[in-house]
Every structure is written in C-alpha cells, then in structure tokens.
Write a protein that binds this ligand. Sequence first.
Ligand code: HEC
Length: 159
Amino acid sequence: MKLKIIVLAIFAALITSCGGDGKKEEKVSAPVEEQKETVEETDPMKNKGIGPVTSITLGEIDQKMADEGKAIFNLKCTACHKISKRLIGPSLVGVTTRRSPEWIMNMILNPEVMVAKDPIAKKLLAEYIAPMANQNLTETEARQVLEYFRTKTSLEKDE
Ligand code: HEC
C-alpha cells in the first residue's frame, strides 16, 4: 500500500515536471519528410514501408510456401479481401507488381503505423475508410502470404 502511494507520488511529480514552463512548443515544418513522400509516390516499388522488414530477396516461386500462404490468407484475410475484387479492402491480384515485397510484409505486420505514416497506406485508408487489421501474423507467415500473392498476378476463374 505504502509502495503504491510512493509510486503514485513519483508519477505525479513526473507529470508536473513534464508540464514545462507554460511555453507552447513551436511547430517545426518537416521538408525532408515531404520530399521523401514525393519520391515514394512516383515509384511505389521503391517504397519499403515502415516496419520490421527492411530488405528481402526473392527467388523463384516456392510453391510449398505459397500453399501455406494461401491457407493463412483464407483463414485470416478473406473477411476483408478477395484476390479478384474489392471488398472491405483492395483486391489483391497483382499486388506484388504494384508494391515492393517489404512494403507488403510491413503492411501485414505493422498496419497501424503504416496507415498512419506511410504515404501509400495513408492514401489507401482515405479511400477505403476502414483500416487494415493487424492479424498478428509472424514474419514467417507474412512471408508465406507474400509468396502466395506472387502466384496471383493474374486471375483464375474461381477467384
Ligand atoms: C478488417 C479488414 C481487413 C483484414 C482482416 C485484412 N485487411 Fe488488408 N486491408 C484492409 C483495408 C481496408 C486495406 C486498405 C488500407 C486501409 O484502408 O487501411 C487493406 C490493405 C491491404 C494491403 C495493401 C493493398 C494494396 O493495394 O496496396 C495488403 C497487401 C493487405 N491489406 C493484406 C492483408 C492480409 C495478408 C491480411 C490477412 C493477414 C489482411 N490484409 C487482412 C482491410 C483488411
């Protein structure tokens, strides 16, 4: 009980000290970030997004990995996505031709930050209104889903 009070007191002291001297913080403009946005918008494939995945190298399509990705996709993503058409989220056919692999994985693993800060994801959110959900995939699972997307650059009739 005593400990709780001490902790509270420290917390209160911290809050008051953070309150500063009443001066308002001046807003600083961020020209560097604006510049970055333009570059990423002109070539979306150069945008790797924001999240744990900074660089991946793709080889030949690994069908086993893609099959695992397909199962995950059907379980965790089809409430909002179809490969062939827009649902709550965008259709995902050919997504690997319009976004970099890192961007796709970061969108899956870190959607909250992506829709708040990444220029492409921000635009998508503005268009689709509903935010992309974090389905708590592991990095391996996100990589498998990416492999599945790589097999979906054109449509088959049952999609
Ligand atoms: C609750 C609905 C919802 C779920 C579940 C969901 N998404 Fe999304 N997703 C969206 C929306 C909406 C967008 C568009 C961006 C936005 O509005 O935030 C999106 C965007 C995306 C994009 C970018 C598409 C593009 O055109 O660039 C990818 C890739 C994606 N989602 C993959 C997935 C995967 C993989 C899963 C499953 C692990 C998943 N999503 C689960 C709603 C969802």
